[in-house]
Design a protein around this ligand. Structure first.
Ligand code: SAM
Length: 292
């Protein structure tokens, strides 16, 4: 029996033996705190019935802890140099499959169909590469796959934007688009000392679960996201000015914007960061109903 892959001594031994140095450009920071790992597995409430997608297995520290409890683990690792390492470190586990692919280019529904049965709850658990946190999360949420939960580590500052409430500085289009469809919570904060090498920022574990019952639903999710981004385009401008920028400065647009804002009872002088998620949905739907 080897000690856990993520124990500091074993991780260092693996890095030495393969002469690996963590690639900054790929966001390689390996977790070497077993408490943090077990907290992640616990936050994701992994059971023997769950299939798990992991993004960036690295040298397999988190993968190992997932494989011990999950039904199957599917790991997407972009770095070819890590494949022989993973083959060795994860050899004791028969329920892991590593795929050498860029997660942003992977056809997830297709891979899931060929590698998993579709009969198990699907969860995403990862210590994300920080340079592409937002595109990864947006891709997962925009895709066709239904996840039971997404539990991922990211830099604390992005986690704060994802969980931000109206009226705060961190509240923006990312908060609105993600929270419209998901419950989002920070499970816990992880200090930089939990990694080799240490990142320059502290991290947080975010847990996303789909909202089941919703009061209001956007007419079209993709257009809703575009609309919200338009509303936050110029942070220091009023909602009115951002809407004009989004819809165009024609007289017809001005007239519709005036009417819609009156209908949904939102002050044109408000700023986007004051609006609740439901207000954004009502607003987007009202514009749709008015033909723009
Ligand atoms: N899971 C390991 C851990 O917790 O110790 C490593 C996490 S490290 C923060 C991020 C991992 O993602 C690295 O192994 C890196 O090579 C991988 N990675 C970076 N960009 C990727 C991409 N576009 N697709 C898949 N994996 C990627």
């Amino acid at each position: 029996e080897y000690p856990a892959i993520a124990s500091p001594a074993r991780t260092q031994a693996i890095l030495n033996r393969y002469r690996l140095s963590a690639k900054k450009s790929l966001g390689q920071n390996f977790l070497v705190d077993l408490n943090v790992l077990s907290n992640i597995v616990e936050a994701a409430e992994i059971t023997g019935d769950d299939d798990v997608i992991e993004i960036g297995p690295g040298i397999g520290g988190l993968t190992e802890q997932l494989a011990k409890v999950a039904h199957r683990v599917l790991g997407f690792e972009i770095d070819q140099n890590l494949l022989p390492v993973l083959q060795e470190t994860l050899a004791p586990y028969s329920n892991i499959k590593i795929i050498n692919q860029d997660i942003l280019k992977a056809n997830l529904p297709q891979v899931v169909k060929t590698e998993l049965t579709g009969k198990h709850p699907l969860k995403v658990v990862a210590n994300l590469p920080y340079y592409i946190t937002t595109p990864i999360v947006m891709n997962l949420l925009a895709g066709d796959l239904a996840f039971d939960a997404i539990v991922v580590m990211m830099q604390k500052e992005v986690a704060e934007r994802l969980t931000a409430v109206p009226g705060t500085k961190a509240y923006g289009s990312l908060s609105v688009i993600v929270q419209e469809r998901n419950n989002v919570e920070i499970s816990f904060i992880v200090p930089r000392t939990a990694f080799i090498p240490q990142p320059k920022v502290d991290s947080a574990i975010i847990k996303l679960t789909p909202k089941l019952a919703k009061e209001v639903v956007p007419f079209d999710e993709k257009r809703f996201a575009g609309f919200v981004r338009g509303c936050f385009m110029h942070q220091r401008k009023t909602l009115w000015n951002n809407l004009l920028g989004f819809f165009g400065k024609t007289d017809a647009a001005k007239e519709t914007i005036t009417k819609v804002l009156a209908d949904v009872q939102i002050d044109p002088g408000d700023r986007s960061e004051q609006l609740t998620i439901d207000q954004f949905v009502n607003l987007a739907n009202a514009f749709h109903d008015n033909g723009i």
